[in-house]
Design a binder for this molecule. Structure first.
Ligand SMILES: NC(=O)c1ccc[n+]([C@@H]2O[C@H](COP(=O)([O-])OP(=O)(O)OC[C@H]3O[C@@H](n4cnc5c(N)ncnc54)[C@H](OP(=O)(O)O)[C@@H]3O)[C@@H](O)[C@H]2O)c1
Length: 406
């Protein structure tokens, strides 16, 4: 099969290396080959480490689109709007698409599924959620006959790295600076730190599982911008560890009513949970299905080879299997993501301590007051996700408390 790779950065180069290094093995095992015909980049003049690739590099997408020999497109650019166009046009042209681009997929999931079904081509995106872990392909097979009632995940590696280091007692500013230097966080780390990346991955998972349209923005969430070493110190002493947890609850087995769903992404203080051993750049996703029971998926959440391996696995499945689709249907659920209630750790930072009205308001919410003089720190009575987001937006340190997530 002849393919093209759109994007030749970390992931694109990884795909190139795996496909060229494993060429003979693949040929001897399966009697066929995967040939890279073209590579699309933004800047053709850029110096590349892989010199042999220079002969097939182009910045002309139409050249790839119009080539009838290219049957499959690997979309691994860092663009969002243009990537949507690349994926859409490739599917429309009857080419299979494998992508890692969560930003593009989360925005246009419904439409892209529709086009793939119409054109009877594969549209696969394993690498877009939890990098190297085969979560989506497993879910894709299981949802045909399993009702997924519960999903929890640590699905952002950079924030997990930062939280792991803060938990060791290190200062958050120092950890974030180090993470930037190591390339774990991008120069502009907002997408990760503010929880946007985890939220869009949860939207993709939820659209696959529930087969309804879910916008990223509709998921109550905040990231770890207001979690610091002081919060970690207090919660650690009480036996908790803080993790950024994406959650999907669905129906009675998850504690809601039938046909009710609730999604969220919050920093969460976990007590006695298996997620507490998921440290550094690792990810874990766990879900409960009606017949498969609880399944846990643990592995590298990103970086060159784990992500490229997920892409190459998708290419292999495209060649060997029938397409699997996730058509978005009419909504039959009551989405109570904003209203669902739970207890939160709430701390008023020093900068807001002078505000007496705020102090009283927070103390009134307390189920348990941890400190009330120099600092106000409480465990709240159950409050709604919407209220938690509002308190976060007012500058408070807000961390969900959860003793149930195993
Ligand atoms: N890195 C990971 O661990 C990881 C994990 C999971 C998913 N992903 C996703 O995989 C995708 C690629 O990530 P990456 O880390 O490989 O990014 P990257 O290293 O920044 O590389 C991006 C590549 O895309 C090209 N590009 C950017 N805009 C383009 C456009 N409009 N048209 C054509 N090419 C364009 C760039 O061209 P130039 O080389 O000319 O600049 C570059 O080769 C992203 O969607 C990312 O979210 C990455």
């Amino acid at each position: 099969m002849k393919i093209a790779i759109l994007g030749f950065g970390t992931v694109g180069e990884g795909v190139y290396k795996i496909l060229t290094e494993s060429k003979d093995l693949y040929q001897s095992r399966f009697g066929q080959s995967i040939e890279i015909e073209k590579i699309l980049v933004h800047n053709v003049a850029k110096k590349r480490d892989i010199k042999e690739a220079n002969q097939i590099i182009t910045d002309n997408f139409e050249e790839i689109l119009q080539d009838p020999n290219i049957e499959l497109i690997v979309e691994v650019t860092s663009s969002k709007n243009q990537a949507i166009e690349y994926i859409r046009k490739s599917l429309m042209a009857g080419k299979h698409v494998v992508s890692a681009n969560k930003a593009a997929i989360a925005v246009d999931f419904k439409e892209l599924q529709k086009i793939a079904i119409q054109q009877n081509v594969h549209f696969k995106f394993e690498a877009s959620v939890a990098g190297g872990i085969p979560v989506l392909s497993s879910l894709g097979r299981l949802i045909a006959f399993n009702d997924i009632s519960l999903l929890h995940g640590i699905i952002n590696s950079s924030t997990n790295y930062v939280l792991t280091e803060i938990c060791k007692g290190r200062d958050e500013t120092e950890v974030i600076a180090e993470a930037r230097e190591l390339g774990i966080l991008e120069a502009n780390p907002t997408d990760d730190i503010a929880g946007f990346d985890a939220r869009r991955k949860l939207a993709i998972l939820a659209m696959m599982i529930l087969q309804i349209e879910i916008s990223e923005q509709s998921i109550p969430s905040f990231g770890i911008t207001q979690v610091d070493s002081r919060d970690s110190e207090i919660l650690n002493k009480l036996g908790y560890e803080i993790k950024l947890i994406a959650e999907l609850l669905n129906g009675e087995k998850s504690g809601l009513k039938e046909k009710q769903i609730a999604l969220s992404v919050f920093p969460t203080a976990l007590n006695n949970s298996k997620f507490n051993r998921v440290n550094g750049m690792m990810n874990e996703v766990t879900f409960n299905g009606s017949y498969c029971g609880e399944l846990r998926f643990y592995g590298a959440g990103g970086s060159m080879y784990p992500t490229a391996n997920a892409i190459v696995s998708d290419i292999y499945e495209t060649i060997t299997n029938k397409p699997l689709y996730f058509p978005v249907k009419e909504n039959q659920y009551e989405n109570i993501s904003d209203q669902i209630e739970s207890s939160f750790y709430i701390r008023i930072p020093d900068s807001l301590m002078v505000n007496e009205d705020l102090n009283n308001e927070i103390i009134e919410m307390a189920e348990k007051i941890l400190l009330a003089k120099k600092e106000v720190i409480i465990f709240s009575k159950p409050i709604s996700n919407q209220k938690a987001v509002e308190l976060f937006e007012r500058g408070l340190h807000v961390i969900r408390l959860n003793n149930k997530i195993k």
